[in-house]
Design a protein around this ligand. Structure first.
Ligand SMILES: Cc1cc2nc3c(=O)[nH]c(=O)nc-3n(C[C@H](O)[C@H](O)[C@H](O)COP(=O)(O)OP(=O)(O)OC[C@H]3O[C@@H](n4cnc5c(N)ncnc54)[C@H](O)[C@@H]3O)c2cc1C
Length: 418
């Protein structure tokens, strides 16, 4: 079977590895002229680590990233609202891993080249058009010059080409740009000292102003230091114009640092963390409305191309990885490509659409907004502001929607691997 994966990001490469593990050998077509280790921190939830573990990558991931032990929420004064153990510490069979996206991408790329052969990843191939048919025809150009590169016929085309997916645009030509909710994220890494428990991820603030922070490097951790990944977030009027989302846009921190000037908690100095970064990247909080179909004949969508969602709740990469596994399973479990793609869509479209919607409602982070509304000046005793049942209910409901509640993962741990 000739399988073309359009896009060699996180989802596309995991799909290549998952298909290869089941005896299929796809070719990955990537728009970028060279594969560079781009991005800052990213989180892999236990259900996504399970997929990567099945692909034999667990040790490598843990060699690079941090097995996150706890998640904490604070108000804007650094007062603790919620703490929960994560990954192994929460009793899961798999860790939650916080890792540099570039390292994760580099690791997946090296494994894909090693297992499938370097010739199976073609860079400088930007998908410019699709001709549908029993064997879809894909037209690739050089992204910079626009020159024709190749036209490739295949039995199956997988659109793993991210938030600006050309494959999606082919089937939804009138969809337009992603939808912005008014929030801007500034993302960076800073070398510093470990904070809280050393393997802690925290969020502080509320819906209009937030700071997210977690360590992502085992080497730093082992040396008694921390490579801190952080995201500062502010909300503006969503009707004002915004710059198109680009993961690599470098900006001056003076645009947002003053808003965090008072955020000097007794356990972490946030302005100092912001000042300590070499470079800061700006990204608008965008997503797209869920669509009714991903699969059209012998073409389907996955990852951000299928379900772009706000980066809330650590789900962007994790859900792309779950798509990859579901697609590989469907392809080996059905006689026809059409049947497999329908089954894959059936398994993944509903659950991911539910996460897109839950993230629009701030996902599990709504506990911070709840406390901000009830106690904007801070609190003496948290229990006077919010009950433990409310907090537990929000956390548990999101895990269920995102598919990583303990019961689901325990049943997967007990199931035979296939
Ligand atoms: C450069 C970059 C940096 C990122 N940094 C972060 C980060 O720091 N933190 C975070 O949470 N998420 C980051 N992301 C997004 C994150 O990787 C995804 O949200 C998530 O992993 C889902 O993966 P995906 O494979 O669906 O999309 P992506 O990982 O975005 O991969 C899509 C791939 O498709 C390629 N592509 C796009 N259009 C075409 C085309 N027409 N033809 C061929 N190939 C095409 C892109 O170059 C890219 O390699 C980044 C994405 C990119 C591309």
């Amino acid at each position: 079977m000739d399988i073309a994966i359009v896009g060699g990001g996180i989802g596309g490469l995991v799909a290549a590895l998952a298909l290869h593990a089941r005896g299929l050998v796809p070719t990955v077509y990537e728009s970028a002229a060279e594969m560079r280790q781009l991005g800052v921190g990213i989180n892999l939830l236990p259900h996504a680590v399970r997929v990567l573990d099945d692909l034999g990558l667990r040790a490598q991931l843990l060699e690079s990233g941090i097995a996150t032990a706890e998640l904490l929420y604070f108000n804007k004064f650094g007062q603790r609202i919620w703490r929960e153990p994560r990954g192994i510490e929460a009793g899961y069979a798999w860790p939650q891993i916080s890792i540099h996206r570039g390292r994760l991408h580099g690791l997946l790329l090296a494994e894909t080249r090693r297992r499938l052969g370097a010739g199976r990843i073609l860079t400088g191939h930007h998908l410019a058009g699709i001709e549908e048919g029993v064997r879809p025809l894909l037209h690739f150009t050089d992204r910079t010059s626009g020159a024709h590169r190749a036209s490739v016929a295949c039995d199956l085309a997988i659109g793993a080409d991210g938030i600006h997916s050309m494959v999606r645009r082919h089937f939804y030509p009138d969809e337009g740009a992603p939808v912005w909710n008014g929030a801007i994220l500034w993302r960076a890494t800073t070398e510093g000292m470990p904070f809280l428990g050393g393997r802690s991820m925290f969020m502080a603030g509320h819906a209009s102003q937030k700071f997210v922070c977690y360590p992502i490097s085992k080497a730093h951790h082992d040396a008694g230091r921390s490579l801190i990944n952080w995201v500062a977030e502010l909300r503006f009027d969503p009707d004002r114009p915004f710059a198109r989302e680009d993961w690599n846009r470098n900006v001056d921190r003076a645009t947002f640092l003053p808003a965090f000037a008072d955020w000097r908690f007794d356990w972490l100095d946030i302005p100092a963390v912001i000042e300590g970064a070499d470079e800061v990247f700006e990204y608008p909080m965008v997503d797209r409305d869920p669509v009714a179909r991903w699969s059209f004949g012998a073409v389907t969508l996955m990852g951000d191309a299928a379900h772009p969602m706000y980066p809330i709740g650590s789900n962007g990469a994790s859900q792309a990885i779950l798509d990859a596994e579901a697609l590989a399973l469907a392809l080996t479990g059905h006689d026809t490509i059409g049947g497999a793609l329908e089954a894959y869509q059936e398994a993944r479209l509903g659950p991911t659409a539910a996460i897109v919607r839950a993230n629009r409602n701030q996902g599990p982070e709504q506990v911070m907004q709840l406390v901000e509304e009830r106690a904007p000046g801070g609190f003496e005793r948290l229990e006077d502001v919010v009950t433990n049942e409310e907090l537990e209910g929000i956390a548990a409901r999101y895990k269920q929607v995102a598919g990583f509640d303990r019961a689901t993962l325990d049943s997967l741990a007990a199931a035979p691997r296939g």
